[in-house]
Design a protein around this ligand. Structure first.
Ligand SMILES: NC(=O)c1ccc[n+]([C@@H]2O[C@H](COP(=O)([O-])OP(=O)(O)OC[C@H]3O[C@@H](n4cnc5c(N)ncnc54)[C@H](OP(=O)(O)O)[C@@H]3O)[C@@H](O)[C@H]2O)c1
Length: 305
């Protein structure tokens, strides 16, 4: 059988805003993949060949080491930078041998920290600009005006092109978005974590025309490994639909996520290129409404009312 050529669609995260690949390669686990620099370059090239051009980072990933690993690949093949979009995050301070001055794990969304963290990400990634910088987690000490000022400063200096947030509630998103236009809210969502469909996160974003990014779409691998009875049943339900459609389990999960009208942009978390390919295949798959609700019922363990 001739395999169809995979081509990931592109998406504007908001009207006339930043354009990204619909599937985004998550780099959190890059340090665990044990890839040499040429292997990292090859992985990035294989993603690009499928149209997956957006790569998600955070300053803290891999004990503050992942951005550097990616930056080594960009240094080895400088023409990559113009063919990709780079996302990173700031605002969490971890206890780490890399940051001996941190005495307690905490958030920091001060003007000074946002600027310093973004500049450090640029150095680690060996680039002049980020396409998108996100505040990693909402911070109880967060001052919306101060965050907006830092974002605008970074944009005016050309260091960051677009700004956004992660793990924000609807209200937190809208409060900051009134001060500076936000490109996205990156949130956890999967058949094992359906809360954003029911707590107004997705409704609020859809209303504003802002596409969410989705982290842990495969529940961090628990969709495959969990021995909880409800997950075992859910796994069987998804597999049955996948077999009937002649698609992979992973493609069906990604299609289920991308069926939402808020236009989610799911991340991948795997270092195996075939998983990225399965995610891209999911972008071309439309589930019947009945199959979509069959997965929701299995995910929650009950019918809709
Ligand atoms: N904003 C935030 O707060 C936040 C939080 C967490 C993550 N993120 C971002 O989201 C990205 C994705 O998150 P994630 O890594 O948790 O995504 P995920 O896709 O839900 O989980 C990835 C894990 O699932 C495993 N997996 C995938 N396919 C599998 C299969 N067929 N069988 C068994 N295991 C399988 C992978 O192992 P293999 O590598 O062996 O395939 C990997 O360990 C991260 O890279 C990061 O960029 C953001």
């Amino acid at each position: 059988m001739i395999q169809p050529v995979l081509a990931c669609p592109r998406i504007a995260t908001r009207k006339e805003g930043l354009e990204l690949s619909r599937i985004i390669a998550g780099m959190w686990r890059l340090g665990e993949w044990d890839m040499s620099v040429p292997k990292r370059v090859a992985f990035i090239e294989e993603c690009i060949a499928m149209g997956v051009t957006t790569f998600d980072h955070a300053d803290i990933y891999g004990n503050y080491g992942v951005e550097h690993l990616f930056g080594e690949a960009l240094r080895a093949q400088p023409d990559l930078r113009d063919r990709i979009e780079l996302v990173s995050k700031c605002g969490i301070k971890l206890i780490s041998d890399q940051r001996p001055d941190h005495t307690i794990q905490h958030y920091d969304t001060s003007y000074a920290h946002i600027i310093a963290s973004a500049e450090q990400s640029l150095r680690q990634l060996d680039t002049d600009y980020l396409d998108l910088l996100l505040i990693h987690r909402p911070d109880p000490l967060m001052n919306f005006d101060e965050v907006a000022d830092a974002f605008v400063r970074l944009q005016q200096d050309g260091k960051v092109r677009h700004v956004g947030v992660s793990n924000f509630t609807r209200h937190q998103f809208e409060a900051l978005n009134r001060r500076v236009p936000l490109a996205t809210n990156q949130v956890e969502f999967s058949p094992l974590h359906v809360a954003p469909m029911f707590d107004e996160t997705f409704d609020g974003l859809q209303d504003l025309g802002v596409a969410p990014m989705i982290w842990s779409p495969l529940a961090g691998g628990r969709l495959f490994s969990s021995t909880e009875p409800q997950v075992i049943k859910l796994r069987a339900v998804i597999q049955e639909i996948a077999d009937r459609l002649g698609q992979s389990f992973t493609s069906v999960v990604y299609a289920w996520i991308m069926a939402l009208p808020s236009r989610p942009m799911p991340l991948t978390g795997s270092g195996r290129i075939e998983t990225v390919a399965a995610a891209v295949a999911g972008a071309g798959l439309t589930l019947q409404r009945s199959d979509w609700f069959t997965i929701l019922r299995a995910a929650r363990g009950h019918e809709v009312a």
